[in-house]
Design a binder for this molecule. Sequence first.
Ligand code: GEK
Length: 250
Amino acid sequence: MPILLKNASMQKDRIYSESLTDIANFRFDAQVADVFTDMIERSVPGYRSIITMIETLAGHYAQPGSTLYDLGCSLGGATLSMRRGITAPDCRIVAVDNSDAMITRCRKNIERDHHTVPVELICENIQNVQITDASVVVLNFTLQFIPQEDRRPLLEQICSGMRPGGVLILSEKVIFPDEHLNGLLSDIHHDFKRANGYSDMEISQKRSALENVLIPETIAAHRERLTGAGFTSCDVWFQCFNFMSMLAVK
Ligand code: GEK
């Protein structure tokens, strides 16, 4: 019995379903972009809930005349959610991703959507994007792909471009300092993937592909870095196994 409701038009992720002799580092290319929604929903516990709640958070935090950023927007899940949730007047959304394949498909999703808040799509490394006059910034499972030494400068740059009272929504895969608990939650995550139809081979090959690409950290490390980067308050608002989302308020 599948856990998640399926959209009939969604392409199924079978990328790691055949045995591979050489497992290359994971890339957000066209093959991934084509199956991305199915992939992330079957792989990230709580993803759909976080996307839904971003609508509520945008409704609460969007300030009149401000910009909302979706950094690492992929197909625009969080962008569309913010677009639905904004009630403040004269807002705009800037959505950024450095994968051409993602941006091309994201543009189509935005065009099909009937909400009216203007969306600017930018194909660029988020580290090169100037954040200005922001009331809401979303990093939904993106920071984990940024080189660790670049994470603090990126968060400082984001914080300095935000209005007072603005919020950063930071969602990440995390690790735990307690080795036993860390192993347990990682096993449970794999159970979740198995329950969503991934085979042991798919789980193991995807894990190898992500090993040097997705670098998770502890919740304490995130909290400390956010505070150091200039945010006045931050804490976890959502957690499911080894995936969590934090709110950081400027
Ligand atoms: C969602 N937020 O559906 N600059 C720009 N984009 C980047 C960079 C970078 N340096 N590094 C990675 N990306 C989305 C899901 S997926 C998370 C985010 C996942 C982009 C990358 O191309 C991909 O589209 C996205 O960040 C990460 O709410 O696959 O686990």
